[in-house]
Design a protein around this ligand. Structure first.
Ligand code: NAP
Length: 480
């Protein structure tokens, strides 16, 4: 149970899409649950010349609730300041407003600076917050930053140094919202809370792991950004490698931020970084083409008709630590795929010596469905009811949440963690650094080889090359 918190949020990018779709609804849930109550306020800032009244209307419209009076009360905690983050004068006004709200709502100096805007502004904002003394001496000062954290190791390192001049690592909360998802957090309980899995979670018993993050949408309104990023940077460097680290890290000494992060860093450090020739054998990139009445990527608005940006990436990766070296981890992610789903399949090795000589044993597979609905299932072999001795495959299905239980949104949980200073579910700089080093090697090989980009029709599960990646090892995607 979380206790009541007092804090002033300053949201840079307060008029943006993320703030409206994710942050205001998440803050409202924290308010509804009493974690935020009378002693909190929010300053939204961006360049648009909005009034407080207009801003409060935007906030009200972005939350959905039956109790309109509660929504009205909530929105009274919000103020807007028009602000160009490059303009020093505006930080003077911001400081005064922050002090006024701190007194009005008796906040006591705690500040959370949420940078919901392009990372190119992060260093400037961090510097001004310090130089203009918007950080307080009598409370905590935490900075929450959004992805992307750089576009390669070099730019991420520069960004980290720019922030690090002003904010200590312990006060920087790098969001990867997958770490706020219930079923991703469940990996820990499954792995370390059950001896049956804890004992089997290694290369002696696990044959391979498959991770799929598939999206059914195309680039939508993020075309400008996506064209410069691609699937590898957009999904693999952060979300997929974070899931890989949770699946392959050694058991931490305790369920605590320091111990968990230490082991996650070790897992990411143990990623096998490929040579260019190995990238060719182990990674596939592709772009969606028109099908099923949907436009191809190159026909989308704001996309270069000759674009080489990948909208799909698949790969075979290895974490070379004691428990996982030799366990292939197949990953794939893409846009305009058949369905929106996030799913992890852990395929166990075959029983050594099949005593049922005339019958095949199915693989034991532990499946963690992260989205759309959270589900854990385990495939086992059982006896068919009746005469003789026939085998059949059956599944244990577990739904950690019942159908009527409201699952907190990732952003709500992550904001609640940031309020109490718990960075367990945020990415440490070293995690980011090792992830980029792995991804840079793939990107570098792709850029050098200029290998023809594969294609896949909208609505499929990706290019045939992604199937061949597994077929070459005598395997197939479990999720199809
Ligand atoms: P967005 O809708 O383009 O919002 C950008 C915000 O920055 C706007 O509020 C804009 O407002 C403000 N801004 C731009 N230049 C400014 C300046 N010089 N001074 C002050 N304010 C300025 O972008 P978004 O989708 O909300 O994304 C924000 C960040 O979150 C990005 O880094 C993005 O990659 C990341 N992110 C977004 C999502 C998502 O679902 N949207 C998901 C994951 C990560 P004005 O134009 O009024 O100044």
């Amino acid at each position: 149970m979380r206790t009541k918190q007092q804090a002033l949020f300053i949201i840079f990018g307060g008029t943006g899409d993320l703030a409206k779709r994710k942050l205001y609804p998440a803050l409202f849930e924290l308010y509804r649950k009493g974690i935020l109550s009378e002693h909190f306020a929010v300053i939204g800032t961006a360049r648009r010349p909005w009034s407080d009244e207009h801003y409060q209307t935007v906030v009200r419209n972005s939350v959905s609730a039956d109790d309109q009076q509660q929504v009205n009360e909530f929105s009274k905690h919000f103020c807007y300041q028009s602000h160009n983050v490059n303009d020093t004068k505006h930080y003077v006004t911001l400081k005064k407003l922050a002090e006024r709200l701190d007194q009005k709502f008796k906040i006591g100096g705690n500040r959370l600076f949420y940078l919901a805007m392009s990372p190119r502004f992060f260093g400037t904002i961090a510097g001004h917050l310090k130089s203009q003394k918007i950080v307080t001496a009598d409370g905590y000062n935490r900075m929450i930053v959004e992805k992307p954290f750089g576009r390669d190791f070099k730019s991420a390192n520069e960004l980290n140094q720019a922030i690090g001049q002003y904010f200590a690592e312990k006060d920087v909360f790098r969001i990867d919202h997958y770490l706020g998802k219930e079923m991703v957090q469940n990996i820990f309980a499954l792995r370390f809370g059950n001896n049956i899995f804890r004992s089997l979670w290694n290369s002696r018993y696990i044959d391979n792991i498959q991770i799929t993050l598939s999206e059914s949408l195309g680039v939508e309104e993020r075309a400008g950004y996506y064209e410069t990023a691609g699937a590898l940077r957009d999904m693999v460097q952060n979300h997929i490698l974070q899931i890989v680290s949770l699946l392959t890290m050694n058991m931490p000494a305790s369920y605590s931020e320091t111990d968990i992060r230490r082991e996650k860093i070790c897992a990411l450090k143990a990623l096998k970084v490929y040579q260019p020739q190995e990238v060719k054998q182990n990674f596939v990139r592709a772009q969606y083409v028109a099908a099923n009445g949907l436009k191809g990527y190159r026909q989308e608005d704001q996309i270069d008709p000759q674009s080489q940006t990948e909208t799909f990436a698949a790969g075979k990766i290895f974490v070379e630590n004691e428990n996982f070296s030799n366990v292939p981890i197949y990953i794939r992610t893409g846009k305009r795929l058949q369905t929106k789903a996030t799913r992890i399949d852990i395929i166990f090795k075959a029983v050594p010596g099949n005593i049922f000589t005339t019958q095949q044993l199915a693989d034991n597979i532990l499946t963690i469905k992260v989205e759309p609905e959270g589900e854990i299932s385990l495939q086992v072999n059982t006896k068919k009811v009746g005469q003789g001795y026939q085998l059949q495959q059956q599944q244990f299905n577990l739904f950690p949440a019942d159908k009527h239980q409201l699952i907190p949104e990732a952003y709500e949980k992550l904001l609640a963690d940031a309020l109490v200073g718990d960075a367990t579910n945020f990415t440490h700089w070293e995690e980011v650094a090792y992830s980029w080093k792995f991804v840079d090697a793939v990107r570098h090989a792709w850029d050098q080889q200029k290998a023809a980009l594969a294609t896949y029709p909208c609505g499929s599960m990706g290019p045939k090359q992604a199937d061949q990646l597994l077929a070459a090892d005598g395997r197939h995607w479990i999720f199809n």
